[in-house]
Design a protein around this ligand. Structure first.
Ligand SMILES: [Zn+2]
Length: 225
């Protein structure tokens, strides 16, 4: 676990042993807000230690590495899963959430642990419209639709300062657009220009890797292949 001490908050970051996807966690009393729900025993132990009883999950998208923690959390806690409007279409379909091909994908990654992922469909409790705000214990998150990596991809802008990007914006890797539901046209015509207009001093918390300043991101130099 990594702790990010920000001006007014602590963001706890958990890396899944499964292809190193990240969950970010905020805690207030017995409530927890998660950005993505990765498969992580360390996260489960942490929630238990903090005597959490209610969890809200904001999903950056429904790919398996970002959602495999959801069934484990639902077993133990009162959980609300929130996505963009296309979230149910992706989470509800093992081919689109990639659980159907997860073992194959992991076999290509050196860092992946051996874990047998079964084809699973999951449900979403609440969908947010593009540009709307979700308030959690006085903290405001703006959802920004960013189709391209997946049809349900979205970023969450927290208090106008911190941007959770999932797989839409990574520091040193180009965005992957070739999975089912990926769309190069949408990414080039809509999402990339939108990302380029964001304030350059935003701090990005990506779906893989450590935080970075958006001005250091590769969108300003990447070529889409
Ligand atoms: Zn993804």
């Amino acid at each position: 676990m990594l702790n990010y001490w920000l001006m007014d908050y602590i963001i706890y970051a958990f890396k899944s042993p499964l292809i190193e996807a990240m969950s970010y966690c905020l805690i207030q009393e017995s409530e927890c807000l998660l950005i993505d729900a990765v498969y992580s025993m360390e996260l489960l132990e942490f929630l238990h230690k903090h005597k959490v009883n209610r969890i809200t999950i904001l999903l950056t998208h429904g790919h398996y590495d970002h959602i495999l923690g959801i069934p484990l959390l639902r077993e133990k806690y009162f959980v609300t899963v929130i996505s963009s409007k296309n979230g149910p279409e992706v989470l509800g379909n093992p081919k689109k959430n990639l659980t159907a091909v997860a073992n194959l994908i992991s076999s290509f990654r050196k860092s992946a642990i051996k874990m047998n992922v079964r084809a699973t469909s999951m449900h979403v409790d609440l969908m947010l419209q593009d540009g709307t705000f979700y308030e959690w214990n006085g903290i405001h998150f703006k959802i920004i639709y960013t189709p391209g990596h997946s049809v349900d991809s979205a970023c969450y802008l927290m208090e106008n300062r911190y941007l959770f990007t999932g797989d839409t914006l990574l520091q040193n890797e180009n965005v992957t657009l070739r999975f089912p539901g990926g769309n190069q046209k949408d990414y080039i015509a809509y999402t990339k220009p939108l990302l380029e207009t964001l304030a350059r001093d935003l701090i990005v918390f990506p779906g893989h890797g450590e935080r970075f300043s958006i001005s250091d991101s590769n969108i300003f130099r990447e070529k889409v292949e």
